[in-house]
Design a protein around this ligand. Sequence first.
Ligand code: UTP
Length: 416
Amino acid sequence: MNKSDLENSMKILKKYNQEHLLNFYDSLTDEEKDILIRQILSIDFDEIFSLYDKSMTDNFSLTQKVTPLPYIDKYSISEHDIKLYKSIGEEIIKNNQFAVVTMAGGQGSRLGYKGPKGTYLLNLKPVRKSLFEIMCDDIKRANEKYAVVIPWFIMTSDENDAPTKAFFEMNNFFGYPKESVYFFRQGKLPIISVDRNLLLQEPYLIREAANGNGNVFASMKNDGILDVMSTLGIKWISFGGIDNVLLQNVDSVFLGLTIYSKNQIASKSIFKETPLEKTAVYCKKDGKPAILDYVDITFELSELKDTSGNYLYRDANMLSHLMSIDAVKLVSDINLPYHRAYKKNAFVNEEGVKEVPDKPNVFKFENFIFDAFYFFDDMLLFRVDANKEFAPIKDFTGKFNPDSAIAKYVAFWGSV
Ligand code: UTP
């Protein structure tokens, strides 16, 4: 680091009124000074402050026309059709044209567990299994069934990349062929306090965080994953989160139906049981597949049914999607919108003391994967049974906690 780097950094911080980020500069080691200055020079201050400012003036009112996105219930399909879709899907899987992407770059701030969420050990008596191992088991079962090795792509973030890889090494990749596991890293943005300041995570480090699971497409492109997939001949990709222990990454019926119905993208959904539950649902906005935020859902809308008595706006997102490689390529070139989330993040205060807040204290800007669907005319929505396919872990005290996930897992798989 040279003198002009320091001077440039000071100029930038002055311009954006962020001089506090150098509060501890004089007491840092040379190496730490270097880290901090390099970080300041790499951050796009214009971007983060304009996101903040825009989010403060946006009135978030819904301007598009909302219509229902029809769904197909997995359990309403005839035996004959199940067989047909299965055979279409199985052909793709057996021909090594199918890959799994696990999005594991999130902060897991609600769970507050130290370490990547995927390394969290679930107490499945008599054995404890990490969320990564549970996900791995699911893909291994498919490998055995179809006599293939499905390439497994895992998205990490700057914050959790090194411990994630170390965890896989330490566990010998849970027996998964190591050469078929690919890690890639997603983008990040600084977090910002409610009163418009960037914060220090350490005296020499500005707190930045993963910029949302919707960054997966751009990251796949930037990290060369799309090229790897093309070389491998991948045609279809399943996307899922790391925290749903009942996620079915490889579902031949879902895949076959998506292909049969000539869709490029598809999502699984679960039925939203109560009308005013704070859950977003699938819909169409101005004729394009989208998600309707719960703040935009009235009781009346939630209660709307079609002529056969099926609810029109009750299909909730469970972060399980299928996309063709062409669809992924298309959206990897698009800048998806950012959403503002209110999260809990520790920071170093003015006295140099680390503060661990007990309630949300910062804004974080995130891309959401479902915003990519808006760039397609249609998609398949496939409603599945939440008891069989949805057991996420979000925190220790709410509806989606480790105990509720274990109960559902055991009910589905029997004792392990
Ligand atoms: P959530 O939105 O539930 O976030 O992620 P989270 O990071 O797990 O937890 P909180 O909100 O901070 O408490 C759903 C899935 O999307 C992934 C997560 O790892 C999880 O599998 N995700 C989320 C990413 O891969 N990157 C992100 O930037 C955010």
